[in-house]
Structure formats: C-alpha cells, structure tokens
Write a protein that binds this ligand. Structure first.
Ligand SMILES: *Cc1c(COP(=O)(O)O)cnc(C)c1O
Length: 371
C-alpha cells in the first residue's frame, strides 16, 4: 500500500473536534467576564495542573523558555555559575542558561535513548556547577534515579525540562516532579498544548513557588510594590481556561500516541539500517515525537515526501553549531553524538487522532524504500 493522499506531519483536526464546543463556551464567557490576566481561570488551571503533575505548586508563565529562565532565577543561578545541559535538545534549554547569564556546560546523550547520558555528567561537574537540566526529549524520561543521585552527591539543583513529556513517568513517578523546580511548555503542538503560547513551572518547594510568582509578575505581589527585579511572563486567563479543558483529554491523547508508536515499532521492525526508538528500563515514553534514524535520512525523507508523506527533523543543527552560539567557539566534531543524531534522525507523523491506516501506510511506504 502506497500513500494515495497527503499525510501531514502534524494535524490539530481530531483534537479540535473534541474540544470545539467547550472552547467556544469559555471564550463566550470571557467576553462577559472581561478578566484577562491573573484571575480565577489561572488559579484553577494551576491547581489542576499541580494535581495532575503530583506537585504542590504550579506557576503559569508565558512560554516554556520563560519557565526555564525563571526556574534558573528562582535558584539564584547567574554569572559565574555553570549549568549542565544536554547537547541534544531544542535550543530553548541552552537559551535559558544564556538569559540567566550562567555558563552552558554541554553533555552528550546516550546513543540509545537520545537523552543526556547520566554516566557522562560527573566528568562535567566543577566547583562552579550549580544545576543540571535534564530534558525528557521526544517524550522519553531521562534516567532520573541516576541524575538525582548525582545531584544529591554534588549538592546541585535539578531543573527538569518537561516541555516534551507531559504525563510521562520514570519508575512510576511523573516527569516534572523530580527536580527542585521544573519547566514545561504549552506550545500548541506539544503533547499538552494551549491555543497559543504558554508554559509553567512545577515545584514542591514553597520558597521557590513564591519566588517564581514574583518573577513572572514584575517582582510584585502587591500592585506597584516591586520586591525583586522581575519579568512580565504570565499565562493569560484565556489560555489557562483552554488548558483546563484540554487537561481532561491528556490521558486519552497520550494513550493514542503510544498506540501509534506501537504500530510504527511493530511494522518497521527488522529493516536493515533503520534504528527505531528504544524505551529505557523504568521509563514510560509518551512519544511527543516518533524518531527513527538512518544514514540514508535525506533520501528517505525525499522519497516519503514524493509519496505525499510529510516528515520533520528534530533537530537538524545541534545547539553548539548554531550561529547564535558561534561566540562559544565550538566546531564540528566537538559533540559527535549530537552531530550524528542531527544527521540521521527523522520524525515520522505523530498526533493523537491520527488514523491507524495512515500509520500503516507510512510503514509500508518506508519499507518499500528499502526494498
Ligand atoms: C518547546 C520546548 C521548549 C520551549 O518552549 P516554548 O513554549 O516554545 O518557549 C523548551 N524545551 C524543549 C525541550 C522544548 O521542546
């Protein structure tokens, strides 16, 4: 079976249909209530998300990058401090450290899971290291038992970047609940997304919660009284209300992603030269992305495109080779694992509500490329 219609890389169609009536209703309510920033809808969502994520506190902010930046600021991390980040991540993880004014210390991923390799973290720790930011990339939790043990041993903070792993667990515990304070994004295409920009911090620490609330709102808890130099980074009421509606569906959408991934993994098995995602022991993968690898990546991608199947690359250029970080002086070859992943990774279509026939069609088309 070859593709006979266009299969997009991502589509909101199925999820939009489910929530359409409720979204319209809350939007109408807003036109009456006329309360848009820092109100009941945000408080309700923060309670709901904290409960969902099994953390005492949730602080809604404007986006995932701000959440990471604010997390670093709550921990007083700044110039002169070093922060360990993965080489294999979306650039926001690095940018947050840059915004905090701290020093980026990159660590290579495990070649099987693509997440930061816990066995390489200790070699990167110096007297200046203050924190580790594990990123649960593509929806797979990092090996949090090892990472937390290293952090405790060296007295380091942990900030999870949970932007791609809402509802994932490691040894039964939800990601976003391990670190001192954790960041997530509600960018529309994330596993749990708003209808616009959004993000949040989660923590069990009341002091960090208080600090984050000040930081997101001009350093102020009382209007025109500014205790610290803050930012303006608030999750607005409309997005908070939309997210409260969507949260009810997250378990269902996660299960659909996992089902789609299962079909991919069953039908793409045993193709010589094709590497399928591996789930680490103790991890539940929520498949923000289904990423395969092949040295023939660009040819396979063009072949699929020609058959009407859209794919994507996450990420084509590792952060250390981005123009934005030219000033750090890295060169090709400095982080060979991240570079190899950038050259060989291909993300196949993945979204809740996707027809299983489409998944099967993609699999048989990939197979035909190898025949
Ligand atoms: C999306 C993403 C972010 C940033 O989130 P925004 O809401 O787009 O600012 C941070 N880290 C990772 C791993 C992401 O995928």
């Amino acid at each position: 079976m070859q593709a006979t219609k266009n299969i997009p890389f991502f589509s909101f169609d199925a999820t939009t249909e489910l929530i359409r009536a409720e979204i319209k209703q809350v939007f109408d309510d807003f036109l009456e209530s006329q309360w848009y920033i820092l109100g009941d809808k945000l408080t309700q969502f923060e309670s709901a998300y904290a409960a969902f994520n099994s953390t005492a506190h949730c602080i809604g902010v404007a986006n995932g990058l701000d959440a990471l930046h604010i997390a670093l600021k709550t921990l007083n991390i700044g110039p002169g401090d070093e922060v360990i980040v993965p080489t294999n991540t979306f650039i926001a993880t690095w940018l947050a450290v840059s915004y905090a004014g701290a020093t980026i210390v990159p660590v290579e991923p495990d070649k099987a899971t693509y997440n930061i390799d816990p066995n390489k973290i200790e070699a990167a720790i110096t007297g200046k290291t203050k924190a580790i930011i594990p990123v649960h990339l593509y929806g797979q939790p990092c090996e949090m038992d090892k990472i937390m043990a290293i952090a405790i041993k060296h007295n380091l903070a942990v900030i999870e970047d949970n932007a791609q792993a809402h509802a994932a667990t490691y040894n039964g515990q939800l990601t976003g609940s391990f670190g001192d304070i954790n960041a997530t994004s509600f960018y529309p295409t994330k596993n749990f997304g708003a209808l616009g920009d959004g993000g949040a911090l989660t923590t069990n620490n009341a002091e960090l919660d208080k600090n984050a609330r000040l930081l997101r709102n001009y350093g102020s808890s009382e209007k025109y009284h500014h205790e610290i130099v803050g930012l303006n980074s608030r999750l607005d009421e409309v997005q908070a209300a939309f997210l409260t509606i969507k949260l009810k569906y997250l378990a269902q959408w996660t299960a659909e992603r996992q089902r789609i991934a299962r079909v991919y993994s069953e039908q793409l098995t045993d193709i010589n030269g094709l590497v399928l995602p591996v789930t680490a022991t103790g991890a539940s993968h929520v498949y923000h992305l289904y990423v395969i690898r092949t040295t023939r990546r660009d040819d396979l991608r063009a072949f699929l495109k020609n058959k009407g199947i859209a794919t994507a690359i996450h990420y084509p250029i590792p952060a250390h080779l981005q123009k934005a970080y030219g000033g750090l002086g890295y060169k090709q070859g400095d982080y060979p694992i991240a570079e190899e992943l950038a050259a060989t990774s291909l993300s196949l279509p993945m979204n809740p509500g996707m027809a299983i026939e489409d998944v099967q069609c993609i699999c048989s088309t990939v197979r035909s490329f190898y025949e």
